[in-house]
Write a protein that binds this ligand. Structure first.
Ligand code: BG6
Length: 505
């Protein structure tokens, strides 16, 4: 067996209560409850046994109904199968309280928390997971304070809040949310989640770049022609019409997930692995992004909206026909853009970003295309393709390096070959879901994989430049694309104008 070096252990987790605000919603069902069940299931007492999970939402629901809903969610979305004994233990740790929107909702929350803690012999360590729309965050924080639910950071037990991306709807609201949170919480108590940072392959980006000496030498504008980041999704809206129609792909994916991946790909080596050092390195990338200034959005950004089409052999409706979407909606479900990082390492190297819903398949990948060799030897008469490093974030996690090799034979023929690393072949066992890792880190108080406020603001600043132009210029095209295709033609033209092509993940 290969040797393994453990660089950082997971931190010990104290018993606590996790309050999921918005527990009857989509995020709780798809991600949070299945992840918490998986942590119960992984058999190492990842969550200490006395801990409790309290669902808190507007909707009236009995505890039994909540447990049933949680079981359905875990059955559908958990990476592990339901084991009756473990499920029984997990179900007993669940509780539910309705009335999030009632005037006395937070006073009742306080009472219920005290009851749970007393019954289970739990210290008042509390995590408030705000799985709420951005506009509801500030109010929830103020009400937590009003109900006396926020312990000071120096207390012998902890109060923490978790805020989900997108943090805010634009730069202005993001700043407001930060200000409100800072009024009541110390930064050490705040965990801003972007679940892409919890993905194994995204964490591996730092290991790949900084645990191997070979990459650093070519990771710059001398060797690299350009970088592409594609995050494509097969899924449409699901039941999220209300949220998504007010957000769109730029706010939902680019401002957070894609800019995080870009920052990890492009950042300088941080001075240490400490959370602050990694945050500094990432923020510097975002600070160096060339703003998409007035008039540039038309040239550098393509937005699209899916029309009806075919996916997986089935007809699927267009965005405007989805339930809950108005016929005249101008919300984009696809964005492609060309970004520039104005620093010494990346000057002259474009970063092309592309994301969309209802594309042919779910796949996220980074492609690093190298420069061509000089036109002296093999490259003299034909234009041989340059090498490409493909980092596959999901699914089929891994990476491959495409290089040219001589095809065996009496003639001199050259063809591309792939050196491939496939996680599933190399490592045993399925990777934990991003939310498992992140929830455990919140319980342990480890900030390494969470966003700093500066990143949130800087990334909004970049995106705001585009949003403003879209708003000011109603004639800005919103290109339709058939569901099941790789997006509008304009996205191909964007990259082709530079003599390049999108790689298909
Ligand atoms: C969420 C977005 O943050 O990420 C969704 O709000 C998107 O619209 C999802 O579908 C994608 O996450 P993953 O882990 O499936 O790539």
């Amino acid at each position: 067996m290969n040797q393994v070096w453990t660089i950082a252990e997971t931190h010990p987790v104290p018993p606590c209560t996790i309050v999921i605000f918005g527990a009857s919603g989509d995020l709780a069902a798809r991600k949070l409850l299945p992840a918490l069940y998986n942590l119960e299931h992984c058999g190492q007492e990842a969550i200490p046994p006395k801990s409790a999970i309290l669902g808190f939402a507007r909707r009236e629901m009995s505890l039994e109904a909540f447990r049933t809903k949680a079981r359905e969610a875990a059955t559908r979305f958990s990476r592990l199968q339901i084991d009756e004994e473990r499920w029984g233990r997990f179900a007993r740790s669940l509780d539910y309280l309705s009335g999030l929107d009632r005037p006395d909702g937070f006073a009742r929350l306080k009472g219920r928390l005290e009851e749970i803690e007393q019954a289970r012999g739990l210290p008042p360590n509390r995590i408030f997971y705000l799985a709420l729309p951005p506009e509801a965050i500030a109010e929830a924080v103020e009400k937590l304070y009003g109900a006396g639910l926020i312990a000071p950071p120096q207390a012998p037990y902890f109060s923490r809040i978790v805020v989900e991306k997108p943090i805010g709807h634009d730069l202005h609201s993001a700043l407001q949310i930060t200000n409100t949170i800072r009024q009541y919480f110390d930064e050490t108590q705040v965990f801003r989640i972007d679940h892409y940072l919890g993905k194994e392959t995204v964490q591996n980006l730092m290991v790949l770049r900084f645990a191997n000496s070979i990459f650093e030498d070519f990771w710059n504008n001398k060797r690299i022609d350009h970088v592409q980041i594609t995050v494509s999704e097969e899924e449409g809206l699901g039941s999220r019409a209300m949220y998504y129609d007010g957000a769109g792909a730029l706010r939902d994916m680019v401002q957070n997930h894609m800019l995080q991946v870009l920052a990890l790909t492009a950042m300088e080596p941080p001075v240490s692995l400490a959370a602050g050092a990694v945050r500094d390195a990432k923020v510097n990338v975002i600070r160096s992004l060339r703003p998409i200034g007035p008039g540039d959005a038309r040239k550098l950004v393509v937005r699209g909206q899916y029309a009806a089409g075919e996916l997986g052999g089935q007809r699927v409706p267009g965005y405007l026909q989805e339930e809950g979407i108005g016929e005249t909606s101008r919300t984009e479900t696809f964005v492609a853009l060309k970004a520039r990082i104005d620093n010494w390492r990346w000057s002259g190297v474009p970063f092309y970003l592309r994301t969309g819903k209802r594309l042919p398949r779910r796949a996220s990948a980074i492609f690093v295309q190298f420069k061509r060799v000089p036109e002296i030897l093999f490259n003299r008469r034909v234009a041989l393709p340059p090498g490409v490093l493909a980092i596959r974030l999901q699914p089929d996690e891994g990476s491959s390096l495409e290089v040219l090799a001589k095809r065996p034979g009496l003639d001199l023929s050259i063809q591309p070959v792939r050196m491939n690393l496939q996680y599933s072949a190399e490592f045993d066992g399925a990777s934990p879901d991003a939310y498992e890792r992140l929830l455990l880190d919140v319980m342990a108080g480890d900030h390494t994989l969470f966003l700093g406020a500066r990143f949130v603001h800087r990334s909004w600043e970049f995106v705001q430049g585009i949003l403003d132009q879209w708003q000011d210029d109603p004639a800005m095209p919103l290109a339709p694309y058939a569901a099941g295709t790789w997006g509008p033609k304009a996205a191909d033209e964007l990259i082709r104008a530079d003599g390049r092509e999108w790689f298909t993940p």
